[in-house]
Design a protein around this ligand. Structure first.
Ligand code: GLY
Length: 334
């Protein structure tokens, strides 16, 4: 069974289809009037798609290396070489790397063409493919060049999750854990299709309220301040979702020390992270001082260190968190 969630953005609204085998519905989701599509994917992605119209295939390099401006140029040149115009579209088939690059190319090629994402990873399905954030990395940092460019449709085919390596799956699970505290409740008790659909619905609601992250959308970064610091600090053997899990446990401790949540709520954080078999302790080599330093360099640190924290009114952004509380809270993730 396929569930459809609508991201309601007026004349840029789009459906997100979630379900086992949902990619078979791709041809019906190609926007009216599109004459040809370029299917952007990576060699290791074993999921063929049938857009139902003329298509070319463009293969991106493997892994995160594909998220670069030189790859964007290369894809644009292939589109130009094939004579693609604004009447054509991109279909991005893959994980967050492919949908981020595909969306960004769609936002700039001929000043903007349409695109559809077929997301094949759990992380992509519950986060990256929804909401129109597109972009690539620079040597100076991740996602530093990008655009908000909403897709015409998104397909989250849960069949593709059956072949995901365990740690890739855990990467998405770290993001799912976050949604428990953004109103999701007991998501761990749902079958995977319903769990993905519930996360998409929460993300859609947040994006509809604040498409360009003027405020509320930042709550999607729950657990991410510490996660980004861990990722910036070095190449530890942690996937993004695992770093987010440690960040969620740390954020719960900060909230408890600030009197925003009680011990029971912290225990609920611990229960969720344990239910998903996610890590909750930092790599030993990382020092508190190093991480504190990275917090103050975070993109959101405008008036002191900003954290997304749970509290009596739910998860919200808190500006200027006391550095002593931040330092003391590391004990929970050591
Ligand atoms: N991944 C966070 C967002 O889409 O805003």
């Amino acid at each position: 069974m396929t569930t459809t969630i609508t991201v309601d953005l007026g004349d840029r609204s789009y459906p997100v289809l979630v379900g086992h085998g949902a990619r078979s519905e791709l041809s019906a989701l190609i926007p009216a009037g599109v004459k040809r599509v370029a299917v952007l994917t990576q060699a290791g992605i074993p999921w063929p798609v049938d857009p139902g119209i003329a298509s070319i295939r463009i293969e991106l390099p493997d892994g995160e290396a594909a998220k670069s401006l030189s790859v964007v140029e290369d894809v644009c040149r292939q589109l130009a070489g094939a004579g693609f115009t604004r009447a054509d579209a991109i279909v991005a088939v893959g994980g967050g790397v492919v949908t981020d690059v595909g969306g960004f190319v769609a936002s700039v090629y001929h000043r903007g063409i349409r695109f559809v994402s077929v997301s094949t990873t759990l992380l992509g399905q519950v986060d990256a493919a929804i909401g129109g954030k597109t972009g690539v990395n620079l040597p100076e940092g991740k996602n530093l060049v990008g655009a908000f460019w909403q897709p015409s449709a998104v397909i989250c085919d849960t069949e593709t999750l059956e072949t995901l390596p365990h740690r890739e799956f855990q990467c998405g699970v770290g993001e799912i854990a976050k949604y428990h505290f953004l109103g999701g409740g007991r998501l761990d008790e749902l079958p995977i299709d319903e769990r993905v659909a519930a996360c998409v619905q929460i993300k859609a609601d947040v994006v509809m309220a604040d498409e360009r992250e003027g405020g509320r959308r930042a709550i999607l970064n729950y657990g991410h301040t510490l996660a980004h610091a861990i990722e910036t600090a070095g190449a530890y053997d942690l996937r993004h979702g695992e770093a987010v899990a440690i960040g969620i446990r740390y954020a719960a401790e900060i909230a408890r020390r600030l009197g925003r949540i009680d011990d029971d709520r912290v225990a609920e954080h611990e229960r969720v992270l344990a239910a998903y078999e996610l890590p909750t302790t930092l790599p030993e080599q990382l020092t508190d001082t190093e991480l504190m330093d990275l917090f103050s360099r975070d993109k959101k640190a405008i008036d002191g260190v900003t954290f997304v924290l749970d509290g009596p009114d739910g998860v919200e952004t808190v500006v200027g968190v006391d550095p002593e509380v931040l330092a003391a809270s590391f004990v929970a993730v050591r």
